[in-house]
Design a protein around this ligand. Structure first.
Ligand code: DLZ
Length: 163
């Protein structure tokens, strides 16, 4: 890898940027609350562990994952927010409801990110069962909320490098 490429690499968690002045919004869906609370805790603690100030992190609850996009849109447009992390859990049911929600949220968050030019992180689990969700919310597969927070930090680092 050339040195130029190396500088733009976001795969390593070494040399993450100083985020003590960065401001984050965490949008949390209330559906499947046991899972989304654990994801929120993971994301929140990870931001603090990497130097974010508690009063630089705001939280907004929404009823379900479908509403994540609207709230993320409102928050990402605020001048005092640098990155948004959207947290939800859509469990597959007997109907295709989950597919519609998942696709709408994924597309919606992408649109918000592109429109506002800010990182908007997809911290939404899309498991087949609640156990699979719990396994990824502080269980045997770690906490995807942690990963969402790291992703936000890495994207802020990348934006410093390329913008
Ligand atoms: C309606 C619904 C269903 C069936 N399942 C979930 C889910 O597993 N996870 C989730 O976050 N939200 C679910 N919702 C609610 C929708 O996201 C949304 O709140 C409603 O359709 C109202 O717009």
């Amino acid at each position: 890898m050339s040195s130029a490429n190396k500088n733009l690499s976001v795969f390593s968690t070494d040399n993450l940027p100083d985020i003590s002045t960065r401001r984050f919004a965490l949008v949390v869906a209330e559906w499947n609350e046991e899972v989304t609370e654990a994801l929120f805790e993971g994301a929140y603690q990870t931001l603090l562990n990497h130097g974010a100030q508690p009063d630089h992190i705001i939280r907004a609850n929404v009823p379900g994952s479908y509403e994540l996009t609207t709230a993320a849109n409102w928050l990402a447009q605020r001048a005092d927010i640098d990155a948004v992390i959207a947290i939800g859990c859509v469990i597959q049911g007997e109907t295709k409801h989950n597919d519609y929600i998942n696709h709408a949220v994924a597309q919606g968050l992408t649109n918000v990110s592109l429109k506002t030019n800010k990182p908007v992180i997809f911290g939404v689990l899309t498991p087949n069962t609640q156990q699979q969700a719990l396994d990824r919310a502080g269980g045997i597969h770690g906490n995807k909320g942690d990963e969402a927070a790291i992703t936000a930090i890495k994207m802020l680092k990348l934006s410093e490098l390329v913008n």
